[in-house]
Design a protein around this ligand. Structure first.
Ligand SMILES: [Zn+2]
Length: 257
């Protein structure tokens, strides 16, 4: 098993300051492959749903999937920098019709804001200039029980659009470029180089059968660039991406340096 050091987590002081340890080395990094329990442990919450506005640590979490048969239409643009995330349906049993026939609600029948409503309000306030963007950690399901951390995003827009017989929410999120935002001096090169698009991850996961290509281990896995992005290796070519376990990932980076 991967050992996760889940320390105190981002410190949100009384003044609202968020400590810049978003991508702490002990924490999960973008591109890490993790199991569902590991994901819950990393964010210190038991996720029962796909949209989670402001968990205890002050960050929101969304779970996405672009697998066939996924319940919602999530799309990724500009090689992983932009995510268009679909809102979620009314729960079964709340209305008499099938959830896919009903407008996605921003309120429950009792008048409480739904997750759609909470995220929409935050996006609206950001657009109006009255708050900073909501920070959202994005996890993507690539296989049953297997997730990849796609990184930290900011919520910048929200709208409703027609989808078949009903209206759905769409949320636009942009990846937080840590180099540009000054969150960590060690987090270069820029995000656009290191982000591996979902279609590449899915293809590589299938090809490598969800195992380290060196030893066949199926724990502590990471998507690795064969030629590092810092040396011009592409994130968009499956031939340049492989699955390595933590041990072989480390062994490789020792060799390069
Ligand atoms: Zn290995």
């Amino acid at each position: 098993m991967r050992s996760l050091t889940v320390a105190a987590g981002p410190d949100i002081g009384t003044n609202g300051y968020r400590a810049p340890n978003l991508m702490n080395r002990n924490a999960i990094s973008p591109g890490d492959v993790i199991s569902y329990p590991e994901m819950c442990s990393a964010i210190r919450a038991n996720l029962q749903r796909g949209m989670n506005f402001q968990l205890r640590d002050g960050y929101s979490v969304i779970l996405m999937s672009r697998r066939s048969g996924a319940p919602y239409v999530d799309s990724i643009q500009e090689d992983g920098r932009i995510l268009i995330y679909e809102g979620h349906d009314v729960p079964r049993g709340v209305v008499n019709s099938h959830p896919k026939q009903v407008d996605q609600p921003d309120r429950t029948p009792g008048g409480r804001m739904t997750q759609n409503g909470l995220f929409a309000k935050a996006a609206g306030e950001f657009k109006a200039g009255t708050r900073s963007p909501e920070l959202v950690r994005v996890y993507e399901k690539i296989h049953a029980g297997i997730w990849v951390y796609n990184g930290l995003f900011r919520l910048v827009d929200c709208w409703k659009e027609q989808s078949g017989p009903r209206k759905v929410f769409k949320f636009k999120l942009e990846i937080v470029d840590s180099a540009a935002s000054g969150q960590s001096a060690t987090q270069s090169p820029p995000a656009e180089d290191r982000v591996i698009p979902s279609w590449v991850k899915l293809e590589v996961w299938k090809r490598d059968k969800g195992q380290c290509t060196k030893c066949g281990s199926n724990t502590d896995l990471h998507f690795d660039h064969v030629i590092p992005y810092s040396k011009g290796g592409s994130s968009r070519d499956p031939r340049n991406i492989q699955i390595l376990c933590g041990h072989h990932n480390l062994a490789k980076s020792d060799q390069i340096e």
